[in-house]
Design a protein around this ligand. Structure first.
Ligand SMILES: Cc1cc2nc3c(=O)[nH]c(=O)nc-3n(C[C@H](O)[C@H](O)[C@H](O)COP(=O)(O)O)c2cc1C
Length: 325
């Protein structure tokens, strides 16, 4: 069978399928369940400084081609998160599945402070969510929308995490994605996660009003896949840091497409709604079967295969890569 072990920065994942932030990553036991079911790494739901209740129900709707959500970043606050991360790490370490801690902040300084606190739990990677459609600067613009705000957050986080690597999570709805990616890499990002959800709206025609309590939300699932593939494809031609390609992956074949677009690892969230917590392990096995059937021996053979000739970046070398198993 094909080799699925995946090198991401200084980590070695049992496979490239990573639980995306927000869908189930709210407790150590749930993270462990997803890991035991075969995920290659798991990401927590984004955590901010103070506890936050989120929006009233309904916060998600499946409209048939994808999911629209406006959960409102409900979370227990940074102090409670540190306890949860410590427990999660202890549960995941024997399984060899790395823990990614997702953080957000309302200001640049808050991002730095959350990063500092969360680092105490020593997650393997910190994901910086600058792209939630509900969180932005003083004008309501997401930090991911501009090069300078994205870079300021990255710098503030990097200054507070010591030797823990960071991945900055980008938004799809910007006209200059590669430019913003360049700014965050220059500011210290070790990796990129692409992408967060795409703003959207679902209306209940019978009721004559939006379905979600927040009205608008973020589109995820199958409808997002072509957008995510395009973003990863654009980024992979310009950057040398690894990309966690995320958006609309629900099968092993989808995961192969994301790798072919240039991703190093593949984030999966909404598929859990369709296939349960077993989804990630099943997608990894489907990827392995696809690779064997098509004659691919390793992930390196798939990575960037669909990129235009001559634009495939050389595989980054991380001499310190650590096998966590
Ligand atoms: C219900 C729900 C909650 C989410 N919460 C977060 C979050 O807290 N932080 C974050 O960075 N992304 C969050 N996301 C975005 C996902 O991590 C992912 O980027 C997006 O859903 C696209 O991947 P998918 O199509 O596989 O779900 C959330 C998505 C959903 C559906």
């Amino acid at each position: 069978m094909a080799e699925l072990r995946c090198r991401l920065l200084n980590l070695v994942l049992p496979n490239p399928i990573v639980l995306a932030s927000g869908v189930v990553g709210i407790s150590a036991t749930l993270l462990e369940r997803v890991a035991r079911a075969g995920a290659g790494a798991v990401t927590t739901k984004s955590c901010g400084l103070e506890p936050r209740a989120g929006h009233p129900n309904p916060v998600t709707v499946d409209w048939g081609a994808g999911v629209l959500n406006a959960v409102g970043l409900s979370h227990p606050g940074a102090e409670a998160e540190v306890q949860m991360l410590r427990e999660a790490r202890a549960r995941l370490e024997p399984l060899g599945v790395p823990l990614i801690a997702s953080i957000f902040g309302g200001t640049v300084a808050e991002f730095g402070e959350v990063a500092r606190r969360v680092s105490r739990a020593r997650p393997h990677l910190i994901e910086v969510n600058i792209s939630c459609p509900n969180v932005g600067d003083e004008f309501g613009t997401p930090f991911a929308a501009r090069d300078w705000s994205a870079a300021s957050v990255t710098e503030a986080v990097k200054a507070n995490v010591g030797d823990i690597p960071i991945s900055v999570k980008l938004a799809p709805n910007v006209p200059n994605l590669a430019h913003i990616a360049g700014a965050v890499i220059e500011a210290g990002a070790d990796a990129l996660t692409a992408i967060n959800t795409m703003p959207g709206l679902v209306i209940d025609a019978d009721a004559g009003r939006p379905v979600l309590s927040n009205h608008t939300g973020g589109i995820s699932g199958p409808a997002l896949k072509p957008i995510a593939l395009r973003c990863v494809y654009e980024l992979a031609q310009k950057v040398q840091v690894p990309i966690i390609g995320t958006g609309g992956v629900t099968t092993g074949r989808d995961a192969a497409e994301m790798l072919m677009a240039g991703a190093t690892a593949v984030g999966v969230g909404t598929a859990i709604r369709y296939r349960g917590v077993e989804a990630l392990g099943e997608i990894a096995r489907e990827l392995e079967i696809f690779m064997a059937a098509q004659g691919y021996a390793s992930l390196a053979e798939l990575r960037g295969l669909a990129l235009p000739a001559g634009t495939r970046q050389p595989a980054p070398v991380y001499p310190g890569a650590r096998v966590t198993q």
